[in-house]
Write a protein that binds this ligand. Structure first.
Ligand code: ATP
Ligand code: MG
Length: 207
């Protein structure tokens, strides 16, 4: 990564990425372009607290490997293992704190789809997130627009509307349907190599 430039503009796009897909990647690239960010980090959640108990989540090292495969050589888009290294539950407030402790001159941007933005106030120490970063919301097909929260630094960025979800992709693998063009080829290969998603997880099985 090298020594960060002072005043670096960094986007944090957090997710379970189980698996990462073109919706995530097109969002990261277009937000970086529109807001002239130096880098967008795809921050792999260690234990995504919103999802614990609802389904089986792939091991963090599998999800990180897929995100690394997904970003490849795309300039300014990076896989981040910050929350894996921190261990325990993943809270954005802490991740922002870590990035600011490394370099207080950084300007941080938390990137979210509209579905995730709707839950912002339920986040652990939401006030710290508000104070440490701007929020960047992209519309996600099927999710209503989320109005800006008063007192937050808030931006909306238009990105190509891609109706893709990791939930659908997991079901595709379990049912033997193709993933091609919905995720980069390197991710298709990574999923096959690691034998991921071959069986539907209990809560996602069809009745
Ligand atoms: P799952 O179906 O398992 O919840 P997902 O596709 O929603 O997976 P996540 O890892 O939950 O992916 O999402 C991480 C972030 O990416 C969230 O902020 C989410 O809103 C955003 N996101 C996911 N898919 C898209 C998409 N197709 N377009 C724009 N944003 C997206
Ligand atoms: Mg999701």
């Amino acid at each position: 990564m090298g020594t960060p430039a002072p005043g670096e503009r960094v986007g944090l796009f957090g997710g379970t990425f189980d698996p990462p897909h073109v919706g995530h990647l097109a969002t990261a690239v277009n937000v970086r372009h529109e807001l002239r960010l130096d880098r967008v980090l795809l921050v792999v959640n260690n234990v995504p607290w919103q999802k614990v108990g609802s389904r089986e989540i792939s091991p963090a090292d599998d999800r990180l490997a897929m995100v690394e495969a997904a970003v490849g050589e795309v300039e300014g888009i990076e896989a981040s293992r910050l929350e894996l290294d921190a261990g325990g539950l993943s809270y954005t407030a802490d991740t922002l704190g870590t990035l600011l402790a490394e370099d207080p001159s950084r300007a941080l941007f938390v990137v979210l789809g509209s579905d995730a933005a709707a839950g912002l106030l339920t986040w652990e120490r939401a006030d710290e997130v508000r104070d440490r970063a701007s929020v960047v919301v992209v519309e996600r097909p099927g999710s209503p627009e989320t109005p800006p929260l008063p007192g937050w630094r808030w931006e909306r960025v238009e990105v190509p509307s891609l109706e893709v979800s990791s939930t659908d992709l997991r079901a595709r693998v379990a049912e033997g349907r193709p993933l091609d063009y919905l995720v980069p080829r390197e991710v298709v290969e990574c999923i096959a190599r690691r034998g991921l998603y071959r069986q539907a997880t209990r809560s996602e099985e069809q009745p």
